[in-house]
Write a protein that binds this ligand. Structure first.
Ligand SMILES: Nc1ncnc2c1ncn2[C@@H]1O[C@H](COP(=O)(O)OP(=O)(O)OP(=O)(O)O)[C@@H](O)[C@H]1O
Ligand SMILES: [Mg+2]
Length: 256
C-alpha cells in the first residue's frame, strides 16, 4: 500500500508508513491505513501491540518518527494536538466523554476551544447560540444552560456529539471506552458510536471487548507488534475468527 490510489474513492483520512519508537521499543512500525468517510473502524490487538500509540500519532500527542498523513487525499502536517484537530478534524473522546460535570452544556461544548472576539473577549452569545443549534439538530433534551452532571448518560452523550458538530470534526476516536464501565453504560457508548455514524462521522474504536468491536465496526484492523497484521470486513465473522486472526502466526492472510 503505497501512496493513494486514484481509482479508489477518496478516504477521509489516510496514513502511510507511520513509525514511532520509544528508545529501543518500536511501538508503531510502518503502519499504513485508510479510513473512509462515514466508516466505523475497530482496532484490536494484544497488549502493547501499539494501538494507543497509533492513536496518539493521529491525535498529535506523539510525533511520528516517519510517515505521512492525508486528509481527503491531500497531504497534511500533524505535529501537535492543535494541528491534528485542524488538519485531520479529529476528536478524541475519553472515558468520561471528555465532559466537565460541574459546567454548563455550552461551556462543555466549547471547553478549551472557546470563541473570542478581538482575540480575548469570550463570545458567550455566539457560543450559546451555536450550542443551541447543535442540540436542536440532535433533537436533544439538554439545553445550553443545563449543568452537564445533572443530565442522564444519554443526554451527556448528545453533548459530546454536539461538540463534534459545532467544530465539524469528522473522525471521532475512542480508546477502550468500555473497559471499566457497567453494562448499561457499555450500551450507551455503543449507541453513541452508532449515532455518530448516523450523523455522517467516521469512528475509530480501540477495544479489547471483541463483542463491542463486532457490534459496531464496518471494518476491523488487527494490530500485532506495532504492525497491521490483518484488515477484515465485519461480515460473517465471529469472535473466534477474530481471536484466530489476532493470535495466529504471522504470514496469515491479510485480505481486506
Ligand atoms: N510514552 C512511552 N514511553 C515509552 N514506551 C512507550 C510509551 N508509550 C508506549 N510505549 C511502549 O510502546 C509499546 C506499545 O504500547 P501501546 O500503549 O501503544 O500498546 P497498546 O496496543 O495500546 O496496548 P494495550 O492493549 O495494553 O493498551 C509498548 O511496548 C509500550 O510499553
Ligand atoms: Mg492501549
Amino acid at each position: 500500500m503505497d501512496g493513494l490510489d486514484p481509482r479508489e474513492p477518496t478516504p477521509l483520512l489516510s496514513v502511510r508508513h507511520l513509525s514511532k519508537s520509544f528508545g529501543a521499543v518500536t511501538a508503531v512500525d510502518d503502519v499504513s491505513l485508510d479510513i473512509m468517510p462515514n466508516e466505523v473502524v475497530g482496532i484490536v490487538g494484544d497488549n502493547a501491540a501499539g494501538k494507543s500509540t497509533f492513536l496518539s500519532l493521529l491525535t498529535g500527542y506523539n510525533q511520528c518518527d516517519r510517515g505521512e498523513f492525508f486528509y481527503r487525499g491531500r497531504p497534511v502536517e500533524v505535529s501537535s494536538p492543535a494541528t491534528s484537530r485542524r488538519n485531520l478534524k479529529i476528536e478524541m473522546i475519553y472515558q468520561n466523554l471528555s465532559l466537565a460535570p460541574d459546567l454548563e452544556v455550552w461551556k462543555n461544548i466549547f471547553l478549551g476551544e472557546e470563541l473570542r472576539r478581538f482575540g480575548w473577549l469570550l463570545d458567550r452569545r455566539t457560543m450559546i447560540r451555536r450550542s443551541q443549534e447543535a442540540l436542536a439538530r440532535l433533537n436533544a433534551k439538554a439545553r445550553p444552560h443545563d449543568i452537564v452532571g445533572t443530565l442522564s448518560g444519554g443526554e451527556q452523550q448528545t453533548v459530546a456529539i454536539a461538540r463534534t458538530l459545532v467544530f465539524d470534526r469528522e473522525l471521532i476516536i475512542f480508546d477502550e471506552p468500555t473497559a471499566a464501565i457497567s453494562l448499561n453504560k457499555v450500551r450507551d457508548v455503543l449507541q453513541l458510536i452508532r449515532d455518530l455514524k448516523q450523523h455522517g462521522k467516521s469512528v475509530l474504536l480501540v477495544s479489547h471487548r471483541l463483542e463491542d468491536i463486532l457490534e459496531v465496526s464496518d471494518r476491523i484492523v488487527v494490530f500485532s507488534h506495532g504492525r497491521i497484521k490483518a484488515i477484515v470486513q465485519n461480515r460473517d465473522i465471529d469472535i473466534e475468527d477474530l481471536v484466530r486472526l489476532m493470535f495466529e502466526n504471522r504470514g496469515g492472510d491479510a485480505s481486506a
